[in-house]
Ligand binder design. Structure first.
Ligand code: ATP
Length: 211
């Protein structure tokens, strides 16, 4: 199973975690194979897209058999680095940041927030969900150089400044929950999740494009 990951289209790569989570549940329930229509129903991606996605990693479903769940999971684990733990840092322990520290991706044992930063002296020095909270002033001193992903849940007015410091520390990926649009060098990837925009957009679609 030697697949050149650079050949997997980005849209396909984005769906991998979705497939992965569903297949893990299937495996846990003892299922050994799955059809593209079953998968399609569960992850809400049409089955032609699933078949095309899976063909990129050499998983060719057999007619009347479907896909081998273990084969797919082995591939996904490798591709998504599920065998390695990726430590993530979180900046801004407000309402949203606190929720993330409690949640800490506990269903996904390969991703873990291992430290958090804030400027509020009442929060610095405490722990939430076993994650220690440090002062942002100490970011450069404390941040583990192996950590390359950060979650940003600070007020938007300081988001760019904090992002610049993260980039200078070697952070390569930022999950930005602030409404601010961040400017970062080309080798840094920002995924922007604005929860209020997502909610507004859902409400708009419900109103104007009823299913
Ligand atoms: P809270 O109820 O704790 O104020 P909130 O989510 O409504 O939460 P925000 O004003 O969005 O509050 O701030 C989020 C968190 O970011 C707060 O804990 C705040 O102390 C922290 N914060 C503010 N400025 C910075 C900064 N420059 N660097 C790191 N954290 C910061």
């Amino acid at each position: 199973m030697n697949i050149d990951q650079t050949k997997i289209p980005q849209a396909t790569a984005k769906r991998l975690p979705l497939y992965y989570r569903f297949l893990e549940n299937l495996q846990a329930s003892g299922k050994q194979r799955v059809s593209s229509s079953e998968l399609s129903e569960a992850v809400k991606v049409d089955s032609a897209t699933i078949r095309r996605d899976f063909s990129y990693f050499g998983a060719l479903g057999k007619k009347g058999y479907g896909y081998n769940v273990n084969y797919l999971l082995t591939f996904f684990r490798k591709t998504l680095d599920q065998d390695e733990v990726t430590n993530v840092t979180l900046i801004g322990v407000g309402n949203l940041g606190t929720a993330f520290l409690h949640y800490n991706f506990s269903k996904n044992n390969s991703t873990k927030i291992d430290m958090a930063f804030d400027v509020d002296v009442n929060k610095v020095g405490t722990e939430i969900g076993n994650v220690p909270i440090y002062h942002l002033d100490d970011l450069e001193k404390i941040l583990d150089p192996n950590v390359s992903v950060a979650i940003l849940t600070v007020p938007s007015s300081v988001a760019q400044k904090v992002a610049d410091r993260l980039v200078a520390c070697g952070i390569k990926g930022i999950l930005n929950f602030t409404p601010a649009r961040l400017s970062v060098p080309k080798n840094v990837r920002v995924h922007h999740i604005d929860l209020s925009v997502e909610l507004q957009s859902l409400i708009y679609f419900l109103k104007h494009y009823p299913i």
